[in-house]
Write a protein that binds this ligand. Sequence first.
Ligand code: FAD
Ligand code: NA7
Length: 540
Amino acid sequence: ATRARGADFDAIVVGAGFGGLYAVHKLRDGLGLDVQAFDSADDVGGTWYWNRYPGALSDTESYCYRFSFDKELLQQGHWKSRYLTQPEILDYLSGFADRFDLRRSYQFGTKVTAARFDESAGLWNVTTDKGRTLTAKYLVTGLGLLSATNKPPFKGIDGFKGETYHTGAWPEGIDLAGKRVGVIGTGSTGVQVIIALAPVAKHLTVLQRSAQYVVPIGNGPESEERINEYKAQYEAIWKQVKESAVAFGFAESTVPAMSVSEAQRERVFEDAWKRGGGFYFMFATFSDIATSPEANAAAADFIKRKIAGAVKDPDTARKLMPTDLYAKRPLCGTDYYDVYNRANVTLADVKADPIAEFTPTGIRLQSGAEHELDVVVFATGFDAVDGNYTRIDMRGRSGVTIREKWKEGPLGYLGMMESDFPNFFMILGPNGPFTNLPPSIETQVEWISDTIAHMERKGARTVEPTQAAEDEWIAACRTIADMTLFPKAQSWIFGANIPGKKNAVMFYMAGLCNYTKALNSVKESGYGAMIFDREPAMVV
Ligand code: FAD
Ligand code: NA7
């Protein structure tokens, strides 16, 4: 590529997780672009750099929570258990960065604070918290969809004399042994940290707002033989993963739950319970758990009976009983409900009796009940999907800001592009697929790289989606989401976890297979949905 006039770089990449790292490799080593990359973290890893809390684990199985494009790297893969722990994933991504010498393209410990598109120069001006502004033709962001932490501003928190930690910004070397620990939040992170801390803490108080459906994860050691079997079958495995909907490596069921007898249904649920896996339980048992209220109720009822059977104290069991649909991100963990049988664990229902304030020595609920704590763990999740975008001062054509444009909810064409934001590509941006993420990240980065290659061949200066294409994609995402039960449950998937955030469709829920088809059809149509070299004068 020939450097655009006046540009410091061909491309600026933000993020050093799966997405950013692969983008640097594809653009720099594949297309020969001059790339500068940034991450506010001090090293690579993204999610797995920040989430060092006890128990942090991927719940995608080890053999498919990784890149698939590099056959040699796949054959070198090693793992101990059916699921990867945070240190193992961090180690994998660190090895990936070494393998392609990616760190030399990064400036770490550097946050991007502003990104402005200069229409006359046709360049992105990217400003960092180190006070520098650099220019590049392309801006590629892998900011993470679960990466902007959400720490609710509880009253009195500054006066709390103990320690507080958010799971998504967990410092290294924290020892909570022998301490009185409170955990706020029972999403997938809360479930993991609760299971890990219960045997360690002197006392663990779980402050639960919404009871959740948690199925077993089915973790355990994986033998050398089993790993070698995966390696021998990788070609077929990745084909299946990329042609499936949720891309978790199992075949999704095609059988509606009500088409079989009650006894058969029970057997299928029981087998899935024994096998373990959250997405497996929701998508491999029956085809319509996430779409049919009846099927959903059957799955929910099965899990509720398991909760009742596991928890000894009836009052605690009652508090743990979910009341919502089984339509949030499916959760799993080892012996989660048994934690509440331990003498050193207390469950506080903070929906019935909300957190009023932090006191110097703990948390006080509205009823006046006090929990004395040395440490409070915030497992309160993330300002998901668009949170890291709206935290940057991003401006496209005519100075339009992303905050303004996404006021009613984030928009994203194919989960990657944005009208009025030329030469801007997001990895896992809004309205992208809801899947095991590395296969979707790979698909997107490869598509971004192909689109940039196409631009360079054409000698195009800018590319952006048409407003019509973007509107059509957003409408399709809404239609698809409304065919599922997910919008009816309150969770981060639709932005419901952040007070004041508009309920919006943030995912394309028709699966990776259909998503890839959509991308291919854009490419095969000669990028008909895009405007190349739009004149600034056309801006109204
Ligand atoms: P991330 O890994 O989130 O990386 C984004 C990077 O961008 C971060 O390092 C951040 O510091 C940087 N950044 C953001 N904004 C700026 C800025 N303004 N300036 C500079 N740098 C910036 N997915 C699955 O598929 N399966 C799982 O089992 C699974 N488990 C998860 C468990 C936890 C606890 C969490 C939090 C997430 C999990 N995920 C899982 C989702 C996970 O985020 C993705 O799988 C994947 O790691 C995302 O990679 P990414 O590169 O897109 O983003
Ligand atoms: P989640 O799934 O958003 O869970 C956050 C939890 O924190 C959830 O139980 C919330 O209750 C709770 N929460 C949030 N704010 C409050 C306040 N103000 N008071 C009490 N409780 C609160 O985040 P996770 O980190 O667990 O998981 C996010 C994704 O990361 C996950 O799906 C994986 O893909 C990885 P609520 O349910 O809203 O009532």
